[in-house]
Design a protein around this ligand. Structure first.
Ligand SMILES: NC(=O)C1=CN([C@@H]2O[C@H](COP(=O)(O)OP(=O)(O)OC[C@H]3O[C@@H](n4cnc5c(N)ncnc54)[C@H](O)[C@@H]3O)[C@@H](O)[C@H]2O)[C@H](O)CC1
Ligand SMILES: [K+]
Length: 505
């Protein structure tokens, strides 16, 4: 009897620049003509330009000194052969430096192509092609390259970037200096992690991939992350058994809501309810009991003036969500100490967010074996003793280091949220929108993840699926009315439909 095949992981692989280099080298080793890959890349670039801007007549191709520039010369030659008005603009100080690029530059000029050295402004264009730098950029662009990048960004025309938007690190999702802001980026060979997190999405614009006919298995390159999107929710969120009862869907305890921040724990509780938790209990300041019951009558609300009032609730919980509106005062600090200690003793899955993360950073201690941290970049910086800029400069490295350092599953929030368990491959959440950069959205995420834990998902799955469900619900909510002004309550209202993929609308 054949071994049962393991359920395939949801999503698709994403790679870093090292993987790209490995595959490129393996592919080149098989090519009889060193320019073969480059010619296929330039042709793919031309096909992409035609698909996006079929009416474009004036095409300016900005070519750098490396092979990315070589791709640009190939594209320019095809555009010229198709009757377009094409001008190649290159960095004055850098002629093509690699043999394939020199050959493609020569072929373009032999075909009557026009090449100009950049002199401060680009010619008028219907489309500008960015073939300045690809994955070979080693440091912030120098002054001449920066001036050319600025000219591309201010050309007043759509920009097609080849492989990566120049200046952006394809595996970090950030730029150390000037960077092209592309309308569309056509990636070659493999999809790059960095173009889907941090600054990557803003710099790359829409994305496509052309594998140039190369199979990743050729070099057996290791992925750096797995990309999950709305269609992957069904992997974790299966239809419920008909004989289900609320006890099977778990009991969530939400702890937070100091004076003045009762709304945070109210949002977390509502999100847990709308994500399918069987029972939700809230431990909060007495002033919030009535408004909470008014908003969520199905929740159980416990007046918690001190830690003694937690007795019984901590033991009864299947999962504890600690932090929304907790504050860092004496009350919050006492609840934090008591809850973490109790969760360690049980051990109960624990979701730490907001001020629970700040208290943890300020007062480090071992965490229960099943803990999920949900920091935004600022909280992540405090947890690693670094700066927010350092976190955002390399989000994949930051989320891996957070998971290792705290031996917990981590959700690093922001554009292209990343989810990572210790020593595991990160997940990239390919959903969400800028409307979610608003107060209260993190409280909702905490409730969603806690509810999925309560329903039996392991902590890594609950974090990955929860971050995805949260982002997909955010997109659904923003689709009717736009991102600006999106409320956490709008997102909560969208949770139920998104948490039941495949159910009749
Ligand atoms: N190998 C192939 O046949 C294929 C490659 N592809 C394309 O190639 C690029 C990577 O090319 P590479 O030559 O490694 O470097 P780049 O073209 O990305 O540019 C680096 C180039 O620029 C110089 N440079 C580096 N840093 C700076 C700086 N800060 N300021 C100024 N100049 C800088 C450096 O000396 C190099 O000469 C890849 O992205 C693909 O586009 C094809 O896609 C597949 C075939
Ligand atoms: K480029």
């Amino acid at each position: 009897m054949s071994a049962p095949c393991a359920t395939p992981l949801p999503g698709s692989p994403l790679y870093d620049e090292a993987a790209l280099r490995m595959l490129e080298a393996a592919a080149l080793a098989q090519e009889s003509d060193a320019t073969g890959l480059m010619q296929r890349a330039g042709q793919a670039g031309w096909r992409t330009l035609l698909a996006h801007w079929p009416q474009a007549q004036r095409i300016v191709v900005v070519c750098g000194p490396g092979n990315n520039g070589g791709d640009g010369y190939v594209l320019a030659r095809h555009a010229q052969a198709a009757g377009r008005a094409v001008v190649v603009v290159r960095l004055g100080t850098h002629a093509s430096r690699t043999a394939p690029a020199q050959a493609m530059a020569a072929a373009f000029e032999a075909a009557g192509g026009t090449v100009e050295a950049f002199a401060g402004a680009l010619p008028a264009a219907d489309v500008v092609v960015d073939a300045l730098f690809g994955i070979g950029l080693r440091q912030a662009p120098d002054a001449a390259a920066t001036a050319l990048i600025d000219a591309i960004n201010s050309a007043g025309a759509p920009v097609l970037a080849l492989d990566v938007p120049s200046g952006c690190a394809g595996d970090r999702g950030s730029a150390d200096g000037a960077a092209v802001r592309a309308t569309h980026t056509v990636q070659f060979l493999l999809p790059q992690l960095g173009l889907q997190t941090g600054d990557g999405p803003d710099l790359a614009g829409s994305l496509s991939l052309d594998t140039l006919g190369i199979d990743p298995l050729l070099a057996d390159v290791p992925p750096q992350a797995r990309r999950i999107a709305a269609a992957d929710l069904g992997h974790w969120l299966r239809p419920r058994a008909r004989n289900a009862h609320k006890g099977r869907h778990g009991r969530v305890l939400c702890i937070g809501g100091d004076h003045g921040t009762g709304g945070a724990v109210l949002l977390a509780a509502g999100a847990a309810l709308r994500s399918g938790a069987g029972l939700v209990e809230v431990a909060t300041q007495g002033a919030h009991v009535a408004p909470l019951l008014a908003r969520w009558p199905e929740a159980m609300v416990r007046r918690t003036d001190s830690v003694s009032a937690l007795a019984g609730a901590l033991e009864a919980a299947d999962v504890i969500a600690l932090g929304p509106g907790l504050g860092q005062g004496a009350w919050g600090h006492a609840l934090f100490d008591e809850t973490v200690a109790a969760a360690c003793a049980a051990p109960t899955p624990l979701v730490l967010d907001a001020d629970a993360l700040n208290l943890l950073a300020a007062h480090p201690r071992p965490l229960p074996p099943r803990t999920i941290l949900t920091p935004h970049p600022g909280e992540a910086a405090r947890l690693l003793g670094t700066t927010t800029d350092a976190i955002q400069r390399d989000r994949p490295a930051a989320v891996r280091e957070l998971a290792r350092r705290w031996n917990a599953v981590v959700v690093l929030k922001g554009a292209g949220s990343l989810v990572c368990a210790p020593d595991a491959l990160p997940w990239l959440v390919a959903a969400g929108n800028p409307g979610m950069a608003a107060g209260g959205m993190g409280d909702v995420l905490t409730g969603v993840i806690a509810a999925l834990c309560a329903q039996g998902l392991g902590v890594e799955s609950a974090a990955a699926c929860g971050a995805l469900l949260h982002a997909v619900a955010g997109d659904v909510a923003a689709s009717s009315g736009g991102a600006r002004g999106l409320s956490p309550l709008d997102l909560i209202d969208a949770l139920r439909s998104c948490a039941n993929p495949g159910a009749a609308a």
